[in-house]
Ligand binder design. Sequence first.
Ligand code: FE2
Length: 295
Amino acid sequence: MDIIPLGPGFGAELRSVTLAEIAADDAAYTAARAAFEEYSVLVFRGQEVSDEGQLAFSRRFGPPEVTKVGSLGTGTHFVILSTIGEDGKVVPADSRLALRNRANQLWHTDSSFKPIPALTSVLSARIIPERGGETEYVSTRLAFAHLDPALREKLEISFAWHDYAHSRGKIAPDLASPEERAVLPPQCWRMVWRNPANGRGALYLASHAYAVEGMDPAAGDRLIDELMAAATAPGASYVHAWKRGDVVMWDNRATMHRGRPWPANEARHMVRTTISATAADGLETIRPPSRQAAE
Ligand SMILES: [Fe+2]
């Protein structure tokens, strides 16, 4: 396995290895896992990806999420990110599906609005547009390291509220349906997620974050906005331009990402598997103290 660094201080391409080898072989998994902990974003190119193969690879890293109500693929282990409607045609730009793609174009980390947040997401490109549709990543670990030490100390003991309806509301007021709101109540997480494998802290934030526990709403908003701006400053990102056969996985504890736009008349079809964080990934350390005590 060769590790080729990619981005500004994070991200790497793993060459001379397939998803199937990592799924089947303990030594290959151990090496890939170490690269994941170190680089936060891993790129595999030229893979022959089936749904089953992607799931077998993903399961190596932990328990797969079951796709929530309201997403394509609900009830399975797959999230289908597609602009192809049931009739086989590309959906209009004002359809719910297209609006949801726009919500994905806000900087976020996956599943911070869920009762169990995600360790990693694995995304494979099945149909890609001629131009555009890239996925852009930043390292919230590097962003955290660059903050003023006093602010870092404060964030270590601060907690933010995350809500799916909040990020969807930035695109259209009713984009999160009543069913989604009912199953996805707001969640509160420590604003720094420390990686148990290497001890490095990362800002844990997303477009879903809307309030800081114990701060007045305006000041909390301001802090979230400032931290989001610092993490996504120009020059800090790795932009992945997709090719067929590409698979990218990322550490949701230590990165944010956003989709980039593409021509509305072109099809794009991606398949995501998402792995829940466990205690070994530091999950218990990001819960607010009251809930740590209660559970
Ligand atoms: Fe995402």
